[in-house]
Each structure stands twice: as structure tokens, then as C-alpha cells.
Design a protein around this ligand. Sequence first.
Ligand code: SF4
Length: 443
Amino acid sequence: MGLSGLEIYKLLPKKNCKECGPPTCLAFAMQLASGKASLDACPYVSDEARAALDAASAPPIKLIKVGREPKVLEIGNETELFRHEKTFYHPTGVAIRVADDLSEEELAGRLEAIKDLAFERVGQRYEVDLVALECRSQDAARFAAAAKAAADRSLSLILISKDPAVMAAALAVVGQDRPLICGADGSNYEEMARLAQEHGCPLVVQGDDLDGVAELAKQVESLGCKDLVIDGTAANTSKTVANLVQFRKLALKKRFRPFGYPALAFATEEDPMAQILQGVSFIAKYAAILVVDAYRKEEVLPLLTWRANLYSDPQKPIQVESKVHEVGDVNADSPVYLTTNFSLTYYSVESEVEASKVPGYILPVNTDGTSVLTAWAAGKYEPEDIAKFIKECGIEEKVNHRNIIIPGQVAVISGRLQEASGWNVLVGPREAAGIPAFVKAHF
Ligand code: SF4
């Protein structure tokens, strides 16, 4: 999204003096556009041109960090409207809202439940990123104590209050953990901007409508506060989605700087599952932070799964390492299974090997993350290549037999594989679900 060579050329002095190296200003502009030169090489560039070029080279949506090491949430810095055009880079931060007026036990229980919201799926870990602590007690000390209780559990925070005095009390306790301050509106933005700068925290900007958000973002920026998150929440799902889409479109296509920040959206439905459905829409279009009240595992897992799917690189299927994988307490007699390194395929096989209760080795051939039939059809599951992998992966040192079970869908390669590898090839079931029965019959 940077400037073109011609656009840069228009900002250069046009002296063609060669002092920057290239023979003309235009040639220098072309080098700048492709990132092969630095503007510093031209001694005659004006301050105005430098400012314009610096602004133009800034990312269209700023990268914002919430939280401290080791749990820093990075949001923003997106460059695409549509995931299939390249990829989305920084997964939506999912926050669970908690009110500070819960009893001490209830609060502790809720925070523990949120901390426990982590899932392993197809080799990936999904977890909730933030607690959105809302001050409903109107009691600064109580709000600060609740914030400390979350921080003590290593939970990153969004602090929600419109009252600068309440916010200041919480920041005095957890400000060093870089919580997201939520937020600044027309009534409090000067004090909130001051607090954000004092503690080095990002700040949410909230307006009644898009114009209100843009105007306030400019005001807060002019106070020197540059790490912003813009709130797109409206009265219903479709209006919130429309706001989020406008933020993204205007930031990317028009380089509209007040919207050049990651966006936040609150789920507004009452029912937890309705909130999850709202959340699915907001994550797709284009919330960088989503706040929901739903906190039960069965509510949150679908949301995190959706996020993981959306933020995977469409050009890179999820893969496992192509090496010998051991399932259970294997020994030299354990069966050996062949599969591919596409995660969904691999983990289907792994869970069925586990279910068979007979420990086994799994060899996922590197097929660039494609499933068995796709790999075979694309010429990525050739017996000679598989034989080479079997030789090199180290399985021959781990077992005292030479029997390998191949997926039933590629029974056609069994003869050539046997010849190329010297292993006895057993044609396994067509689907992974058939593994337990297959093992029972053969081992
Ligand atoms: Fe043009 Fe500046 Fe290069 Fe001279 S030094 S040729 S003015 S870009």
C-alpha cells in the first residue's frame, strides 16, 4: 500500500543532480518505491516532502500491543480486505467481560474459569487473550482490587470505565502491565489520553458514530496519544459490522488516518450463544478485539476455532512436522502407519491410533500439507519419494520389523512402494476411523 514511484517523484526536488546515486530523481523515486533506497540519500528533500513520505510509508493500520511479556497481544497491521487475497496477520484478541461488582469468590471463580479457557486442537493451542474488567461498582478501590486479582493470575486486561479517577486507581496498580484503557469519549478524552501516556498504555476511542470516532481519534492524536484502538460497537450486529467494514475500507483504500487503528467490538446480545454468533461476524469483519460475556468452554471454543480458521494462511495448509511420531508407549514391535503431513489428516490418524489402544508409529510424508488423495493426485505421494522418507526418517532403527500400513485410498501404490522401500506393505482402511478394527484384526 506504499506510494508508487511516480507519486514519490512528485514530492522530490527534481534537480537531477545525481547526488543520491541514480542518474535522475525519477530513477531514485523508483528505487524508493521498491525499498532499495533511503530518502536520506537526497540532501535536498524538503521537510514537507519528508513528512508526507514518512506518513505514506506508515502501515495503513497501526500495530498496537496490549499486555506485557510473555503475553503480549499484537493487533492491527492488517493489509487486506479479503483473507484470500493474501492473509490476515494478527488474530482477533478475544476478551471475556467481567464486572467488578461480583463477590470476591465469584470474581476469583470467573477469573479462574477464564484462565482455564485454553484448548488443544489439531496440534494448535487456542486460548482467550484478555479479561475485559468493567467497573460497575463505581468504587475505585474495588475496581483496582479486581484488576489486581486478574493481573495476579497473569491475565491481560482491558479496563472499562468512563471515570478518569476510577481508571487512575486501577492503573496505579496494573498500569505497568500495559492494559488497554477503555475508553475515551467526548466527555473525558483529555484525562484518559493523559493517563494512557503516563502509563504507556493503548487507549480505546469511542464516538456516537463514525464521524464522532474519527473526530475524537484526531483530538486524542493531537494530544500526543498515538496507540489507539477504535470502537465500532453499535446498537445491533449489522450496524457494528457496517462500522467495522468502514474502518477497514477507509484505512486501506483511502488511507484515512483516523481509522488507521485496530478496531474493537462488544457483543451486545443477551444470550451467550447469540453473542458467539455476533462474535463470529465481528471476527470475520474485522474486529481486532472482540469482547463477549460468554465464558463457558462450549461457548468459547467455537469462537476460537473460527478465529483460528480465519487467521490461518490460505496459501499454507496447517502441517505437522514430517518425522517419526510416536503414539503411546511404543516398542520395536509397534505398527507403523503412513499418512501425510496435512494436520487434519495426521490428527485423524493419531486419534484413531490412540483409540486402538495399540501404541504405534506414524510417518507423515511431506505433501505440502495436502490430504492423501489430493497428494497422490498431485504427484506428491510417489512410492519412490515415500521410500526415501522411510529410509531417512529413522524408523528402521526403531522397529525390528519391516511392515508399513498405508492408507486404503492409495492401495494402488502398494506394489511399487514395496519394491522401492523393501518394506512389506499392508493396505490399511480407507478412512482413519477404520484403524481400531484394522489393528484388532492384524495385531
Ligand atoms: Fe534528485 Fe535529490 Fe537525487 Fe538530486 S539527490 S537527483 S535532487 S533525488
